[in-house]
Design a protein around this ligand. Structure first.
Ligand code: FAQ
Length: 328
């Protein structure tokens, strides 16, 4: 990732024994670090990395579903989908704002994304080819997001944890609307049921990979857990998610495309078949099915919005000049 301000701040930060002692005590009692508290450079860096990636995911994540707004099958479905996509924009904004409290501006984060130096979730590099994909995204992608993000409501960094509370409430609604789309399709005509099953088949493995690489290949998990940012490893959350899908898919009367799913009585967790981690690495390297398209669209939207940023800056300058005149 580009050297963002939060990271520069982190590098220039003086050693502070009292600050470190306070930080250690706050983490030990599982309390919250707030923006003005002293924090170790690598803690700040880890937060900027994860939170900015999360924010970018929400914004890029608007694209696959926005693709279906004009083709939603009814006015009601269109209104619901539009509201959902707008919610994702809101999530991006809460997260950019929360990350700014660490000393990194939204402009810097956006610049890193547009330069291809910042990540966003692998899941948003897959195409949405049918209406049933709106159901599968809501049920599986938002479902995975909730499984991953509910524990983040207890993250040790206050602004991140607080942002996650509202995000998770909205994601729960999103998950239910996706489930309801699939339920209607799976109980519709044979063609609709087949369309729902096809969507579940395609989104299953990518949604499991949203949780990140297996713990053994996850360089960030142990530190993140020691700092109470992440509360669980990638594999544990993935297994919980499989358990949730395995139960709910029965109500849908569909199947998950994995014959190895079973509850393991010995480990008391859900087992599942092997995932294609080579594909995951390709997507992270920018070579997934839609990476180029997603970034191209994001850059075009950024360029199209230049006039809004210029107008806002001109307005702010005018306001500040008028405030200065009044104060003089
Ligand atoms: N995609 O060491 P770890 C949503 C990277 S929001 C891309 O395990 P960590 C809502 C990782 O960054 C979805 N990259 O990393 C919605 C690291 O690279 P780095 C986004 C991934 O941070 C729904 C490297 O691999 N959610 O869905 C992915 O401890 C519908 C090694 O990995 C969040 O961001 C991936 N899937 O754990 C919106 C949640 N996985 O940075 C619209 C917050 C890993 O060292 C429509 N984030 N990588 O260069 C997290 O919980 C964590 O960051 C993880 C990864 C779990 C994603």
């Amino acid at each position: 990732m580009a050297a963002l301000n939060g990271e520069t701040m982190a590098e220039n930060q003086p050693v502070d024994d009292a600050g470190q002692a306070n930080f250690d005590a706050v983490i030990a009692k599982d309390s919250r670090i707030e923006p003005k508290d002293w924090m170790p450079a690598d803690y700040r860096h880890a937060l900027v990395r994860q939170m900015s990636q999360h924010a970018h995911s929400e914004i890029i994540g608007m694209q696959p579903e926005a693709n279906w707004i004009t083709r939603a099958p009814s006015l009601k479905r269109k209104a619901i989908l539009m509201a959902k996509v707008q919610d994702e924009a809101g999530h991006g904004l809460y997260l950019y704002s929360a990350t700014e409290t660490l000393g990194t501006t939204r402009d810097e984060m956006t610049e890193a994304l547009l330069a291809g130096k910042a990540r966003y979730s692998s899941i948003f590099n897959y195409p949405t080819v049918s209406w049933a994909d709106m159901g599968a995204i809501g049920w599986m992608v938002d479902g995975a997001a909730i499984t991953n993000q509910v524990p983040l409501c207890r993250a040790s960094y206050g602004p991140y944890a607080r942002a996650m509370v509202r995000i998770c409430k909205e994601e729960s609604f999103h998950q239910r609307q996706g489930f309801e789309i699939l339920l209607e399709l799976s109980h519709g005509t044979p063609g609709q049921k087949a369309m729902a099953q096809d969507a579940v088949n395609r989104w299953y493995a990518p949604s499991l990979m949203m949780f990140g690489p297996p713990d053994a290949d996850s360089p960030n998990t142990s530190k993140s857990m020691a700092w109470n940012i992440k509360r669980f490893g990638n594999d544990e959350l993935r297994s919980r998610f499989v358990g949730m899908l395995a139960e709910q898919v029965k109500v849908l009367e569909l199947e998950l495309p994995d014959p190895d799913i079973r509850f393991n009585e010995d480990t008391k967790s859900w087992d599942y078949g092997p995932l294609d981690w080579a594909e995951f690495k390709e997507v992270l390297a920018g070579r997934g099915p839609c990476n180029a398209q997603r970034m191209e669209r994001r850059r075009a939207a950024h360029d199209d919005g230049a006039w809004v940023r210029e107008a806002a800056a001109a307005y702010a300058a005018k306001q500040s000049a008028s405030n200065d005149r009044e104060a003089a």
